[in-house]
Structure formats: C-alpha cells, structure tokens
Design a protein around this ligand. Sequence first.
Ligand SMILES: [Zn+2]
Length: 438
Amino acid sequence: MDSSTPLRTLDEISRGFDEALQQLSFVDIHVHDMPDCCGPELALLGPDAVIDYHYLYGEVLGGLGLRPSQTDAIWAMPRKERVDFLVEKSLADGCLPVSEARLGILSAAHALGLPTASGDFRNVLREWRTLYADMGPRKYTERVFELAGITRVVSTQSPFVEAECRLYLNDAVLENWDPRYWCGLRWDEFVHKPETAAGLCQGLMKAPEAAGPLSSERTVCAARRLLEFWADRLPNVKYVALSLPGTARLADRSSRITQCLEDVIVPVASERRMPVFLMPYVRRAINPSFRNAGDCVERGEINDLIDFMSRHTETLFAVTPLDENDNYPLAFAVRALPNVRVWGHWWGNLNPSLIEAQLRLRLEMNGYVHFGVNSDARIRDQLLFKWPHYLRVMKRVVVERCHDIAELSGWPVTVDTIRRSIQRLQDHERLFNPDAAA
Ligand SMILES: [Zn+2]
C-alpha cells in the first residue's frame, strides 16, 4: 500500500499499522538483563532461566498454598529440577495458559519456532534446551534481539550490590561491555539499605566519608562524589533510578530517602543534565519465603511525590507508577509540570489489561508527552514476549484511536503518519535528555 494513502476502515488502518511497524525497531529503555561480560550469574538467558523466574513462582507457589517451611525444599533443588517441577505444576497441567506468566513463556518459545502447536510443553522444553545448547549464548542473543526488533537496551546497574560492585570495579569487565547495553544507574541500596551501603563505601569503594547518616555536609559531598564516580565509570549511563516505598514522605527532611534524593541525587543529576527515573511505590518481601515473588505493590502518597517534583523544576523526573491509581494524578502532573514525564510499565502493570487502560489514558490526556513502553526484562528471552505482547495492545489502542481520528475529523491517517506517531511515542531522547522538547 502507498504509505501516504488515507486509510479509512478499521481493517485498512489495522493493515497500515502492521506495515508501519515493520519499518521500526526500538530501544528498550529499562531492562534488568545484563551483558555477557557480567558472567552467567547475572547475564541470564535460555529456557531454564526464563521459566525459573518470579512471574511463574508467584502463580505456582501461591496456588499450591505452600507455607514458608515447605518452600525451602524447592529453593534447594538444582535449577533444572526446579524448572521441571514448575512446568509440571503449570505449563504441563493440560489447561490453557491464561496467565501472562504462562503465556509469556509460550510466546517466547513460539517466536523461536518451537513446536507450541503440539500442546505438549515437556516436548517444547526439550527442544528449546537443545536449541539453546546448539546455538550457544552469542548466536542465541543475536536471534533474540533480532526477533524482538530491539537495537539497544538500558540495563540496570546497582553498584551497591556487592557482586555488581566487584564486577564494575574490574577494568576487564568494562572493556568487554557489549555496546548494545547502555546503563541505568540504580541507587536503591544506597538509599534503602544504609548499612550495606556503608560497608561498601568503607570497603570496596574506598569512600568511607560517604558512609553513615547524611546529616553532615561532609557526608553529603562524599555521597555526591560517589554518584558522579559511578556515572562516569559505567558505560553510557542514561539516568539515575530509584524505587520508592509507599511509606516515603518527601517533605520530611529527617528521612534518608528525602536526604538522598534532595541532597545527593537531584543536585548531581541536574548539574549533569541527567534525568532521575522514579518508580513509586513498592513493598518488599511481604512473604520472604517466596523470594522475589514475595514482593507487593504499596499505596503511597502520590501528591507528596508530585509536590517534590514541583519543588525541583531544574531536574527532569521520569516516573513510572506501579499502582495503577497513580496514573491519573500523574497524567495531570505531566500537563502542569514541564520537568515531569511519565513512562512505560513494569512488573505487575506490564499486564496487557493495565497497559491498555494506561496507554489509552496517557494518549488522550498527554498526547506524546509520555513514553510508550519498556520491557523490564530480567531474562534476555523475556524480550521475545514482552515486546510482541505490548505491540499487540498498542495496535488495539492506536488503530481504534486512528479510526476515531479518521471518522471524527477526516484527518488523513496513513502508514507514514502512523509510523511517525509510534516513533515519537517511543522516542527515548525525550526521556534521556532534559533539554529535548517532549
Ligand atoms: Zn525494573
């Protein structure tokens, strides 16, 4: 079809969307996947890794009604055995994969050309393991990026996690860094685990002055220097990121969260013209026996966060709320505060029903002054399902909106205008660069 021909019916617009999409590839602005130079403990890929993840544990362990004393035996199993156990309790149970955790694994397998039509996941997994072993990590990675249509990702680097700190202080690791992986500097442990952070400041990081409470000017200056050190040391740092618990009160100057944000992160980020990525609000470990599957969303004070951002107009804040209720007030904040942008989805709200509701609201209220989607992928293979699942939602929303545009206004909807609009929605520069127009 001619890319400037006006498309009128839902069917024409739907085909036009597919054609526009074929011409595009994307940067994934927030993942937890790490480049291979970080080693097999941190760079996770392949069928066993994608199954052995909290998405499926959260469904299976909860469904089995396991008490804390019963989960120890599961965590003690070798990974392959644990994966086989999970599969027997989920994907091999003869029922349709209605949950996103199950469907995600199957659609990743489908993207790789594995025989999902057999309806026999034990067989799919056998073939998947063979495929992964035959291809090896390097070729497999190429295939994953190519199938997902992703050119680059922004990884998550937490220097206050000891294993990561050791890696990032090693020049050889940084020299072998895959250039497809940009860095997102995560400051959570410094803020939320001050004792662990103090140990690293005094030890590996050789910055003892940054340890301890941020009540003295000397400690604050040292903490700023440390943030600058990491922003310079890691390759292509795009932002500094922090998740917030629902208990955060950013008007309270005696809280470490406020001091870290206001005295350390905000001044350094604004001086360097680097955005601050905020992820409100999480509640960690309501059931520690489920490990990463034991976390929860938390109702927080979104007004408190909006007030904080309105007091720091020199800094660009890119916010992605976990609680869907926070989307509506944030859509207003984006309209009123030019230093606030809202982006993507993560964890619980990466489910299609929530993405759809949030995308509709943001398009209608914010136009292009919000950012489309990121995958939040921890396992490389998750790129294979998160992107197609999202794009399927985006197609529903955008096609319907384009149909409204064509019918209500007569404005020409074409392959070209659809492509430009998606490109703008996914334009990461609007988030990474405080001086870029939204
Ligand atoms: Zn994340």
